[in-house]
Design a protein around this ligand. Structure first.
Ligand SMILES: CC(C)(COP(=O)(O)OP(=O)(O)OC[C@H]1O[C@@H](n2cnc3c(N)ncnc32)[C@H](O)[C@@H]1OP(=O)(O)O)[C@@H](O)C(=O)NCCC(=O)NCCS
Length: 176
């Protein structure tokens, strides 16, 4: 029987394992420029991390997800917002629900912090299952606007804002 999967907040001593995991997960993808590991370091240094969770199995870090503070204005007022990026699962363990479990746990934590809206830039085939919608993101002016930018109200009963502006944390603008 495989060891159970545990989702828990990342700790300082996980930094190296998270760094290696991200490099392994993104190494063979279209995003394979390794910028994600640097992004995680910069977001931490800037104090912009809202949620950072690891998936641990048998003492190994096999998955990680990070949500960072965004600067969002909706219908003329600031709205508490979090951007999902990056999410990584160890290459040999992808497709088994680990990413799903990490993202769902992260969204629960954001709701607990009273965050109103979440954004993600990624595959339209993956993120809508969590509630992210390109139609909501399209109401916001953003440097990342386009079909890959999706958003969700974290209170699913909340009325969608008519429009606004969405900016990721400054570290995203410093990515090479
Ligand atoms: C994307 C990623 C985090 C998903 O985590 P996961 O644990 O593999 O995914 P889950 O098991 O929760 O969900 C599987 C779904 O993810 C999708 N998926 C996306 N990339 C995948 C990959 N490389 N391998 C397997 N599934 C992948 C599949 O379409 C699958 O969809 P289905 O349920 O309709 O079959 C993970 O595959 C990964 O680390 N990929 C490399 C890094 C990356 O691309 N990160 C996201 C950038 S937007």
């Amino acid at each position: 029987m495989p060891d159970p999967l545990v989702i828990r907040p990342a700790r300082a001593e996980d930094d190296e394992a998270i760094d290696s995991l991200i490099r392994a997960a993104f190494g063979g993808t279209e995003y394979g420029h390794q910028g994600e590991a640097e992004l995680v370091r910069m977001l931490g240094a800037d104090g912009d991390v809202m949620v950072s969770l690891v998936a641990e199995q048998g003492g190994d870090v096999v998955g990680h997800v990070l949500f960072s503070r965004m600067d969002v204005e909706a219908d003329g007022a600031p709205l508490s917002a979090a951007g999902l990026a990056p999410v990584s699962v160890a290459p040999g363990l992808q497709g088994r629900g680990i990413g799903d479990a990490l993202i769902r746990a992260g969204l629960v934590s954001l709701r607990g912090q009273g965050v109103a809206i979440g954004f993600v830039l990624g595959h339209e085939s993956y993120y809508p299952r969590f509630g992210y919608a390109p139609e909501l993101a399209a109401r916001f002016v953003s440097p990342f606007a386009g079909p890959h930018l999706m958003a969700m109200m974290l209170d699913s009963g909340a009325i969608w804002p008519q429009g606004g502006r969405a900016d990721y944390a400054p570290a995203f603008g410093r990515l090479g």
